[in-house]
Design a protein around this ligand. Structure first.
Ligand code: AQP
Length: 332
């Protein structure tokens, strides 16, 4: 089984990214052939600084390695090192419905948030994401809940391509979305109705993977809850429900077990337990990160090797797609 996922080089990865996506990447190395891509071309669809982009790319690479991605057991590479992604994007634009792109939640939300330019790249973003996955004929895409709509779109693009050009064959694999049962949508600690997010302006509501233990404890201590006192989820209890979800995810257990364990606890005691579990969960990553991040040439070598191996796979798909679409000279 081939597993593919992409992650943006935003550097400051948060607990939502970690639980929803990165933890799944690590465990998928046991289940199949993992291919993981740091998507710098996606990052340029919103306002950004070129110098920072390179720095954040190394930060993200070091976080993934510190979390446990092993280049000997998976492929880890930088999207822009494999030009097949951009060529396939253009080819797939021919089987992608414009109206669907305009209705995508992420496009609508992010285009409203842009102060200067709403780029065409923001609109075409989901086609690039489809190309990322379809180029590898991946079977599974581990992501958080917010990416479900994008995976649905890429499934439709693959189906449409196969119907139009496949002559009865599945030229592009229709991938399955893999969303974790617990922790698929971690919410902001200060605004529990909103997902924890890189671009939200909520530093106290966002727990970063590289936060110091004291900062993590402080954020959980000030997490917004409700006027009640019972540790259980449900309507009007989004804040506590989110903390229950976080504790269940980092312990690898479930919400029911957490609620049962803390049935008699006060909110303060429960928040402290969640904070200490998260500190323990992230500590090994933060400790390994510093040494890995210091060696940029070693990170480059890992990415270059990954790109070469990725390209060997993607170029085969591209040749098939070009052939089927009648683009370029016919194959001998
Ligand atoms: N709150 C979340 N809970 C669970 N999973 C999440 N993901 C993101 N937020 C949550 C998952 O993380 C993976 C990487 O996402 P990305 O490449 O989009 O990285 P990002 O831009 O740094 O993350 P954000 O916070 O999603 O960014 P914005 O601010 O743009 O909203 C994906 O698999 C995603 O599902």
């Amino acid at each position: 089984m081939r597993i593919f996922s992409g992650i943006q080089p935003t550097g400051r990865k948060h607990l939502g990214n970690y639980i929803g996506a990165i933890a799944q990447y690590i465990s998928s190395q046991e289940r199949g052939e993992g291919i993981f891509c740091i998507v710098d071309l996606h990052a340029i669809t919103v306002a950004y600084e070129p110098i920072e982009l390179r720095e954040r790319l190394y930060d993200t690479t070091a976080i993934l390695l510190a979390a446990g991605l092993d280049p000997a057991r998976c492929i880890l590479f930088r999207q822009s090192d494999v030009p097949e992604h951009t060529e396939l994007t253009w080819l797939l634009c021919g089987v992608t419905e414009l109206g669907r792109l305009q209705r995508m939640h992420q496009f609508r939300d992010k285009s409203i948030a842009q102060r200067e330019l709403v780029s065409a790249g923001l609109l075409v973003y989901p086609v690039l994401m489809a190309a990322d996955v379809l180029a590898y004929r991946a079977h599974e895409v581990p992501v958080g809940e917010d990416q479900r709509e994008h995976v649905e779109l890429m499934r439709d693009v693959a189906r449409r391509f196969n119907a139009r050009f496949g002559e009865g064959k599945e030229i592009l694999v229709v991938p399955e979305c893999r969303i974790p049962e617990v922790g698929a949508r971690i919410m902001d600690l200060q605004e529990p109705a909103r997902k924890m997010s890189t671009t939200s302006d909520s530093p106290q509501g966002t727990v970063y993977v590289l936060d110091e233990p004291r900062a993590i404890e402080k954020k959980f201590k000030s997490a917004v809850t409700d006027s009640g006192s019972e540790v259980r989820g449900g309507p009007e209890k989004e804040g506590i429900g989110n903390l229950i979800e976080i504790l269940a995810a980092v312990r690898g257990s479930d919400r029911v077990a957490v609620e049962a364990e803390f049935a008699d606890a006060r909110y303060g005691e429960f928040k402290a337990a969640v904070a200490s579990a998260v500190v323990e969960y992230l500590a090994p990553v933060r400790e390994r990160y510093q040494a890995l991040r210091a060696e940029e040439s070693a990170l480059e070598a890992i990415l270059a090797d990954g790109a070469e191996r990725a390209r060997a796979i993607a170029s085969v798909t591209l040749a098939d797609v070009r052939e089927r679409m009648g683009v370029g000279a016919a194959r001998a």
